[in-house]
Write a new protein. Structure first.
Length: 189
């Protein structure tokens, strides 16, 4: 670990305790077993979820017979194969002959680099456009700047009209009456 100064080696590698092993074991068992709690209709075996979900979702399609059984068994076999490969890789890693020595696997197969190139860059560009184009020019420039200018002009107009002369007030009242009559006359019937 490095906080300040030279890197310090940890005295012993991290050992996973039962507080972490037990939830992982429960999740692993559930990922294997929960799919077998509900067999498709027409198959022998437990039917726990369909009676509960059928009123909302309807009945699932009928299995395709032997093809459906083979597909289910193939899916379960791939799950067990993945668990076996993970166990084998963990044993090799503990023995010091792990996959981290293989450069292709240690670099993450280039997935991280591809992800960083494909996904964040367009979103950063969109964020820059929204910040500069929409926020600075649109909202702050036109809306706030335009509102500031309109308020400034109206304040100047009011300041000139409120000069204490009766003629200015009378002119404002006549213009207001004219606008009111114009509005009434042009209002659709």
């Amino acid at each position: 670990m490095i906080f300040e100064g030279k890197p310090v080696e940890l005295e012993r590698p991290y050992q996973m305790g039962w507080g972490m092993k037990l939830p992982l074991a429960i999740l692993a068992a559930a990922s294997i077993g929960i799919g077998w709690l509900q067999f498709p209709p027409g198959w022998p075996g437990p039917h726990l979820w369909v009676p509960w979900l059928a009123p909302e979702l309807g009945l699932p399609p009928r299995p395709l017979g032997l093809e459906g059984l083979l597909l289910t068994l193939a899916g379960a076999s791939v799950t067990f194969l993945g668990i076996g490969i993970g166990y084998w890789a963990a044993k090799r890693e503990r023995a010091g002959r792990g996959f981290s020595r293989w450069r292709f696997l240690a670099t993450g197969w280039g997935i991280d680099a591809a992800f960083l190139r494909l996904f964040p860059a367009p979103f950063y560009a969109l964020g820059r456009f929204l910040r500069r184009g929409v926020e600075e020019i649109g909202i702050q420039g036109l809306a706030q700047g335009g509102l500031r200018d309109v308020l400034g002009l109206s304040a100047n107009g009011l300041a000139r009209g409120e000069n204490g002369l009766v003629s200015s007030y009378a002119l404002g009242m006549v213009l207001g009456l004219f606008l009111l009559l114009l509005l009434i006359w042009t209002w659709p019937a």
